[in-house]
Design a protein around this ligand. Structure first.
Ligand SMILES: [Fe+2]
Length: 177
């Protein structure tokens, strides 16, 4: 993570979350563990944060609501391409609430939410016959690097949809998530 001059931004709070291979977020899926595929990180002295996860999948938006009806009437499909959500927050900088898309998703051009722009497409690099980053990782595995640029400005934090669950979870301190 860098500022507009290219300097590392340290101590930025980075929330990331994405859907499972079944296309469901953990709060939509009783089969998943609480907080599965969600994480919070802070950028280090080099402005970096890193984590191990799974390659995300796309999913359909709800078909029964008005947006689904509208897209159906327009003869558009209801799917979103695979993406990872990111919420980056540090006082003194404009908060980034964004989604990072997988370069190899076949519906980048026709996202039901019209959310894809070229600057938010990340390239997953496939690795085989290379050392794995952790013994539990099996081949093939993928890596993704992406640089967020934060601008000076007012920071803000939205109320997350999972806030009720957060507040009832004893092991998460208030003010997180
Ligand atoms: Fe999403």
């Amino acid at each position: 993570m860098v500022d507009t001059d290219g300097n590392a931004v340290t101590g930025a709070e980075d929330d990331v979350w994405h859907a499972s291979p079944d296309g469901l977020y953990e709060n939509q899926d009783p089969e998943q563990a609480e907080w599965n595929l969600r994480g919070r990180f802070f950028s280090d002295e080099e402005g970096m944060f890193a984590f191990r996860g799974i390659k995300p999948s796309g999913y359909p938006i709800p078909m029964g609501g008005p947006v689904g009806e509208l897209l159906t009437a327009l003869q558009r499909h209801l799917f979103r391409p695979a993406h990872v959500h990111a919420l980056i927050h540090k006082p003194g900088y404009k908060t980034i609430a964004s989604q990072l898309y997988s370069h190899d998703d076949p519906i980048l051009e026709t996202d039901a939410q019209f959310g894809v722009v070229r600057s938010l497409v990340g390239t997953y690099v496939r690795h085989e016959h290379e050392p794995v980053p952790d013994p539990v990782v099996t081949e093939p595995w993928y890596s993704l690097e992406f640089t967020f640029v934060v601008e000076p400005g007012e920071a803000w934090l939205p109320t997350p949809p999972v806030s009720a669950k957060r507040d009832s979870t004893p092991y998460l301190p208030r003010g997180t998530l």
